[in-house]
Design a binder for this molecule. Sequence first.
Ligand code: SAM
Length: 199
Amino acid sequence: MNLLDLTEKWTDVRGHLPLLYAIARFLPVRLGLEIGVRDGNSTLAILMGLAAQETPDGLLISVDPEPCENAVARAQEHGLRALWNFRRQTSAQFSIDLSQEAQRRSFDLLFIDGSHDHADVLNDWLLWGPLVRKDGFILFHDTVTYDGPRRVVEEHIPQQRNLFEVCTLPYDHGLTIVRKKCDYWWYQSPGCPIPTEKP
Ligand SMILES: C[S@@+](CC[C@H](N)C(=O)[O-])C[C@H]1O[C@@H](n2cnc3c(N)ncnc32)[C@H](O)[C@@H]1O
């Protein structure tokens, strides 16, 4: 399977798959986190990018509370399973697991496409955004069509150009791209307490 095959069929994220592939391949992504898998369209694009790297030793961790059998079968069928750690749990549950590991990790890519509920998206941003490295990317899908992701991007990403670069691609439900220009950051989001220590 190549990228053309993947984008042939209509899906709500189709227009963004080439970008996911290119970021995974050329950043390059050593460790990525994807929130929301469903049938694995974004998953496969990222995995194909990881597989195409000069030294394909990257890993994608994906979380989804559903079994996502179709995505698992597709990854298997296309020989991408070794690059993929699928966890059947919510992003919040995964964060508890990760916090119990001795070594917290830093991500190159965070793709947020799970629950569209405002509180959940905000939680994803606050939990995982700080763990993305400097010059890494955070991508939010559905920031044009859905209120939850749109409000998080509008209300909670500080408009500080020294910390973030932000741009929204307005098609296919909207994809907001955030490039981090700092390693770790904490800020007071409206209504949220300031975490007291670095991860
Ligand atoms: C819009 S679909 C993801 C689409 C997928 N990225 C693609 O490219 O087709 C949203 C998925 O998020 C999952 N989901 C819902 N709440 C979640 C949560 N709290 N944490 C992780 N995934 C969640 C759903 O089960 C669903 O499979």
